[in-house]
Write a protein that binds this ligand. Structure first.
Ligand SMILES: [Zn+2]
Length: 335
């Protein structure tokens, strides 16, 4: 038997209609001895049918998904669906309200906290609730990310490949149905601490995506997310296809084969990038230089790409510490 969660849900997930409420996470502090952190959640249900679970604000400084999901909550009506849509637009609410990747309460990175702990820190308790209460109700999970404050991305929807080939196929079908311009497959191993891996461990088809970054809102990527979520509802049979919809083009398929496609700052200093997002680079090509403004006589230290590929991710902040990711690549793949 799973341990009980301390989080109280103000939502009845089996009730028809549209409910917009909160998950109450007990949090006792000086200004509020018996207080709760109120995490917004919505459930739109109309009879039996599949369940889509959409989540954003896993990282608080990634905004396209958060905006798309609050818009979806306000727009979606039970009469236009069959089945259920569960929406968690600011999963790590303390981080979202702080515009930060991690929670200001416990420094918790929700996407490194699965499967969570009901007796753990605030962020671990949120992960546990999602893992034990929301994943088991879902047929498809989509966790919407971006590069956050420190990174910028060529926008893409994504999936992680796991050991279960039937489940991988479900994820691929959903990824194509989302119809992003770029569809990326992560091949970095299946770290259970990440939400998609945790969902897939429970047999739930799972998508992710990086829809911009730099702590800003990428307008074209936001439009892709809004369109894509609607397409996923049609794909699952939850919503009907509008008559006016054109057939979506097959997305470009990219993959990140491993850690060698990442480049890290070799020294602390100011990083001068030598490439732009979307640029194709070759193994050995210059990625950038670290400069030392406190010691101008010191020659800048270069770093280089270790593989061929397209620059899909770049560091946004100019100042780097040794070990900061400054860029990573993806490679084209056939469907
Ligand atoms: Zn993220």
């Amino acid at each position: 038997m799973a341990k009980p969660t301390r989080i109280e849900s103000g939502i009845d997930f089996d009730k028809d209609g549209k409910q917009i409420g909160w998950l109450g996470l007990p949090h006792s502090v000086t200004r509020s001895a018996y207080g709760r952190i109120m995490i917004p959640i919505a459930c739109v249900r109309n009879g039996a049918g599949p369940t889509a679970f959409f989540m954003a604000g896993n990282h608080g400084d990634e905004y396209e998904g958060q905006i798309a999901l609050v818009k979806l909550i306000r727009a979606l009506e039970p009469g236009e669906i069959k089945g259920r849509v569960i929406v968690l637009p600011a999963a790590n609410l303390p981080a979202a309200l702080d515009s930060a990747r991690v929670s200001p309460i416990d420094d918790g990175n929700l996407n490194r906290c699965f499967p969570g702990d009901p007796d753990g820190s605030v962020t671990q308790q949120i992960a546990y609730y999602i893992d034990t209460k929301l994943f088991p109700r879902a047929d498809l999970f989509h966790d919407l990310h971006s590069g956050g404050s420190s990174l910028d991305y060529v926008p893409f929807a994504s999936m992680h490949e796991g050991a279960d080939e039937a489940l991988n196929r479900k994820c691929r079908d959903a990824l194509v149905a989302f119809a992003p311009e770029n569809a990326l497959v992560w091949k970095l191993g299946h770290d259970i601490r990440y939400s998609p891996a945790a969902a897939m461990r429970r047999g739930v088809a799972s998508l992710g995506g990086e829809f911009g970054g730099t702590g800003s809102v990428n307008r074209p990527a936001l439009a892709q997310v809004e369109r894509g979520l609607r397409r996923l509802l049609v794909h699952l049979g939850i919503a009907e296809k509008p008559k006016a919809w054109a057939q979506a083009a097959m997305p470009r398929r990219l993959s990140v084969p491993g850690q060698d496609w990442f480049v890290y700052a070799p020294e602390p200093g100011l990083f001068e990038p030598a490439t732009d997002l979307g640029e194709n680079v070759r193994k050995g090509q210059l990625c950038g230089h670290v400069h030392f403004v406190d010691n101008p006589a010191r020659a800048p230290v270069p770093c280089h790409f270790k593989e061929d590929g397209m620059v899909v991710c770049k560091r946004h902040f100019g100042r780097v510490e040794r070990g900061d990711c400054v860029a990573h690549l993806a490679v084209d793949e056939k469907w």
